[in-house]
Write a protein that binds this ligand. Structure first.
Ligand code: PEP
Ligand code: MN
Length: 354
């Protein structure tokens, strides 16, 4: 259920409604909007008796939400959610596209700094890199762990990039939340409900990747888990799904972008790297993703992909990333979106990576 407050309802009136909802043993989620505040109610097993809420001062309407997802829905919040970061002009869901780039895995300080410098100089505001890697084989490189997180924190200090990295389980989540600006939850964990709930209790934005065979509803319900715990800073990421097609690693489902945007206020970005698995498909699918209205991109970039410890075949070279940025800038402009210009990066005082 959803309580819609009047446009001029006071903070005290909103608080009183929340207290009433919680006195019934439910959870209240006040979500301020441009016109009015809506209060989502979760924790109720079935419809709640609306009478006592309808009568309260400042209440405009009490609505039954028939969709299974509530807090992620545009019924609760009509305008787009913008996820922004203190001290940075990077964001997701605004007119500016959120561009995330970096290697699949953090392999060494040198590797990470070389790639970070190039993506920062091209204008990306977010740096990605796995410190904990969910690998199909237990014998494959599993990531540098905390050392990788420290390298990324140094990259933030050096280049001003905000850091996105994956938590693969409840144990790694605490450490990831300590270092990262955005906690990534990977495709393999999209329905790891205990991880989703724990991420929902963090006060850091979460990037949730679509599961390999997840429907739109399952994807939104996974996001709902995070919001239901009180974390409303969620960015969705389409990264391709499994189909019979074998010319690509996954089938990048760009049609989910407008579908999500119709139903949900959450920003959605596209990952054409995992979405195709092939370096030569990353540029065309990035252009298509921006054209379809995605709120940003997440792209794997490596300076020496032939020797990458993971996902070399889908990682583009830094020069290709420069080209990608130049091209998406043109597409974005047609759609009244914007790709930010590179900031000024001072030359390093000491040797790269310090
Ligand atoms: C990744 O982004 O490095 C990753 C492992 O992606 P996904 O969870 O989409 O496979
Ligand atoms: Mn990868």
């Amino acid at each position: 259920m959803l309580v819609v407050m009047k446009a001029h309802a006071t903070e005290e009136q909103v608080r009183a409604v929340c207290e009433r909802i919680e006195s019934f043993g439910y959870r209240a989620h006040p979500i301020p909007g441009a016109q009015r505040t809506a209060i989502g109610i979760t924790g109720n097993k079935g419809p709640m008796e609306p009478g006592s809420l309808e009568e309260m001062t400042g209440v405009q309407d009490v609505i039954y939400v028939t969709k299974p997802y509530k807090l992620v829905s545009r019924d609760v919040k009509e305008e787009d959610t913008v996820v922004s970061f203190p001290g940075s002009d990077g964001s997701f869901g605004s007119r500016d596209l959120g561009i995330v780039a970096g290697p699949c895995s953090i392999e060494s300080r040198e590797q990470a700094f070389i790639v970070a410098e190039r993506v920062a100089r091209a204008g990306a505001r977010f740096f990605r890199g796995g410190a904990y890697k969910p690998r199909t084989s237990p014998y494959a490189f599993q990531g540098l762990g905390e050392e990788g997180l420290k390298i990324m924190a140094d990259i933030r200090d050096r280049f001003g990039l905000r850091i996105i990295t994956e938590a693969i389980d409840n144990e790694s989540l605490d450490l990831v939340a300590e270092y990262a600006d955005v906690i990534q939850i990977g495709a393999r964990n999209m329905q790891n409900f205990s991880l989703l709930k724990k991420a929902g209790r963090m006060r850091k934005p979460v990037m949730l990747k679509r599961g390999m065979s997840a429907t739109l509803e399952e994807f939104l319900m996974a996001a709902e888990y995070i919001l239901s715990e009180g974390n409303y800073q969620v960015i969705l990421c389409e990264r391709g799904v499994r189909t019979f097609a074998d010319h690509t690693r996954n089938t990048l489902d760009l049609s989910i972008v407008p579908a999500v945007q119709r139903l949900s206020h959450l920003p959605i970005v596209v990952d054409p790297s995992h979405g195709t698995g092939k370096r030569n498909k990353v540029l065309p699918l990035s252009l298509a993703a921006v054209a379809v209205g995605a709120d940003g991109l997440m792209v794997e970039v490596h300076h020496d992909p032939d020797h990458a410890l993971s996902d070399g075949a889908q990682s583009i070279f830094p020069d290709q990333f420069d080209e990608l940025m130049a091209e998406i800038r043109q597409i974005a402009a047609i759609l009244h979106r914007n790709v930010q210009e590179p900031p000024r990066i001072e030359p390093a005082a000491a040797k790269a990576g310090g």
